[in-house]
Ligand binder design. Structure first.
Ligand SMILES: [Ca+2]
Ligand SMILES: [Ca+2]
Ligand SMILES: [Ca+2]
Length: 235
């Protein structure tokens, strides 16, 4: 092997590694990133717009799946996504662990509430957003949180009214409270139980009509794939 081809392989592997580091390893999937937190430590996304740990998703093609963890069921994880096709938009959690109760909320690029859902059906602790209240493509923030301790709020109070204690089956696509303002804080509402400390509870969110907040140019993705293939062929 001459030095030129070694250089090409090194560059190709470098590009591929960069894409992996950028979260583009699995097409269409974003895994929660952030500093290790809890025990066992898991990467943790921030919970407010502008938080350096809030996950600004980037990658190539559609965004189909987000995977993450909630520490003690009361965590709040904020992801910036791009809704590309409102007619086909949905976001749905799955795998809510026993005792956990997932909620989803969508905010516009300025943090104003668009829609929230606590329970996708009666007696179902997973949550689902559909496109009832989503009509415009663009950048949004998707909040995945536990219906346990705290709820998103703005200067004017809760953006969506917390569900009554012990309720499941608060279904529907909920409009934000008028006058709440943009997401700026989480208010407390001790309406639900707790998990033991340092329990990391996994969740997944399936998405439709969505892409990464920062779309990778197709040329970069192809270069990365070409690099992987070149590296494999020449080994
Ligand atoms: Ca988390
Ligand atoms: Ca978090
Ligand atoms: Ca729920």
């Amino acid at each position: 092997m001459n030095s030129n081809s070694q250089l090409v392989i090194r560059l190709s592997i470098g590009v591929a590694a960069t894409l992996v580091a950028a979260g583009a390893a699995s097409a269409g999937t974003w895994a929660e990133t952030g500093p290790g937190f809890g025990g066992p430590p898991q990467p943790d996304a921030g919970n407010l717009i502008g938080d350096p740990n809030t996950n600004i998703t980037d990658g190539f093609g559609p965004l189909d799946l987000i995977t993450g963890h909630h520490l003690n069921g009361a965590d709040k994880d904020l992801y910036q996504i791009r809704i590309t096709d409102p007619a086909n938009f949905f976001a749905e959690t799955s795998g809510a662990a026993s005792g956990h109760n997932l909620a989803l909320a969508l905010f516009d690029a300025s943090g104003n509430g668009v829609v929230a859902n606590y329970d996708k059906a009666a007696d179902d602790t997973n949550a689902r957003l559909d496109n009832t209240r989503v009509t415009t493509p663009g950048l949004y923030y998707l909040l995945v949180y536990g219906e346990i301790i705290s709820y998103p709020a703005g200067p004017g109070g809760f953006i969506w009214t917390p569900p009554p204690s012990s309720a499941t089956g608060l279904v529907g696509q909920l409009a934000p409270n008028a006058g709440a303002g943009a997401l700026s804080v989480y208010n407390f509402d001790f309406g639900r139980g707790f998990f033991a400390s340092n329990v990391q509870i996994p969740y997944t969110v399936s998405l439709g009509g969505s892409g990464f907040a920062i779309p990778a140019p197709a040329s970069v993705a192809l270069l990365g794939m070409g690099g992987l293939l070149a590296g494999r062929r020449r080994r």
